[in-house]
Design a protein around this ligand. Structure first.
Ligand code: AMP
Length: 367
């Protein structure tokens, strides 16, 4: 595989999106001597507080996109619900890593499930739903309990409805207000895990240890590193994420969320072609964080070692939980990260705290 020329320190990385993932990528970029230019439709955003330049414009504004492209050496993105057309527009002018294929697959739950199943990778049973009669047929085929999810623009449990044996399907379908959705069989999982891999433009790759995630009200609450898994399941999870990254030709990092069933099978739930909340622990517990690795990958630098030097539990600070910042600062093993958001709303990710433990002290006896 041909290796593109590295973008040396001093270069400028453009980031689409201005949230906390962009902020932490910008901080990692600064540590390696890069400049960061954020493109976001939002006036005030966590990433712009720590970046060199910002363009506030709609993603559809081609003049603004062209000006942005002329000022950066490479473009990456920090959230996947960016419309595909601006990404394709930018691809004609500057390298975009990851490219539109990864983005288009990850932002549509139907495309994502087909992608994994075509690779022989299992997901929960699912069916496409584009009308009430489709929904009735899908429920008859898959059974209940099941979850109906919009194909696009859903996150943190938004755009989802649980379906039981007595659910009024007509009402659920009307309330979802979408033209395309997927019905998924409800998985009774033993645990939820995620795999995180980085891939460079030369095909070189690196994987972090597999972690366990606990969600509360559909939002990630804690991530524990490492997950208590057998070596075989751990390796299988890494192989799934690597295969997906390879097939997508992804440059950057890819997170793949999976369910572990009671009988020891892995079922993929979804993926994100960008740094992921379940990878925040890598900042404090690994030699190379997911954010530094994105910078290395998109600038065609050698990838860093993802080795875990400590075990870790990352807890999201959601809404009011961030008010306890003084307590976290007094805990010797806690590392506090706040995202600079001025408005505290229920359900809003305001920061996270990572508690570090000696290496392998959290590892379960399963290993
Ligand atoms: P998602 O929006 O797909 O990331 O779902 C958010 C969370 O809802 C997941 O992390 C699970 O905890 C739960 N969930 C989603 N889909 C399913 C499913 N098919 N079976 C069981 N739990 C699910």
């Amino acid at each position: 595989m041909s290796s593109p020329r590295p973008i040396p320190p001093g270069g400028t990385i453009g980031i689409l999106g201005g949230g906390q993932l962009g902020r932490m990528t910008a901080l990692a970029a600064a540590s390696l001597g890069y400049r960061v230019h954020i493109f976001t439709p939002e006036k005030e955003s966590p990433a712009t507080q720590v970046s060199d330049a910002v363009t506030v414009a709609a993603y559809e504004d081609e003049e603004a996109l062209a000006r942005f492209a002329s000022k950066v050496d490479v473009v990456t993105l920090e959230f996947e619900n960016i419309p595909a057309s601006p990404v394709r527009f930018l691809e004609g002018k500057v390298p975009v890593r990851p490219g539109s294929k990864a983005l288009e697959t990850a932002q549509d739950r139907l495309a994502e499930k087909r992608f994994f199943n075509d690779l022989g990778i299992a997901t929960a049973p699912w069916a496409e739903v584009a009308s009430l009669s489709d929904l009735k047929q899908a429920v008859a085929k898959i059974g209940t309990p099941a979850i109906l999810k919009t194909a696009r623009l859903g996150y943190d449990g938004k755009g989802q409805a649980k379906i039981g044996p007595t659910t009024d399907l007509a009402r659920v379908w009307a309330d979802l207000r979408t033209e395309r959705a997927v019905l998924e069989g409800f998985v009774t999982f033993e645990r939820e895990i995620s795999a995180l891999v980085a891939r460079g433009p030369d095909g070189g790759w690196a994987a972090w240890d597999i972690v366990e995630n606990v969600h509360t009200h559909h939002i990630l609450d804690t991530t524990t590193a490492p997950a208590p898994l057998t070596v075989a399941l751990h390796d299988q999870a890494v192989a799934i994420a690597h295969k997906a990254a390879e097939e997508l030709g992804l440059v950057g990092v890819l997170a793949v969320e999976m369910f572990v069933t009671a009988d020891g099978r892995l079922l993929v739930n979804e993926m994100a072609p960008r740094p992921h909340n379940s990878g925040h622990w890598t900042i404090d517990a690994c030699l190379t964080s997911q954010f530094e690795q994105v910078v290395r990958a998109v600038c065609a630098l050698p990838l860093g070692t993802p080795r875990r030097h400590s075990d870790a539990v990352m807890t999201n600070l959601i809404g009011e939980a961030a008010k306890d910042w003084q307590t976290f600062l007094q805990e010797p093993q806690a590392k506090l990260h706040l995202y600079g958001k001025t408005e505290m709303r229920p359900g809003r990710k305001m920061g996270h705290v990572t508690r570090l433990y000696p290496l392998d002290s959290l590892r379960s006896k399963v290993h």
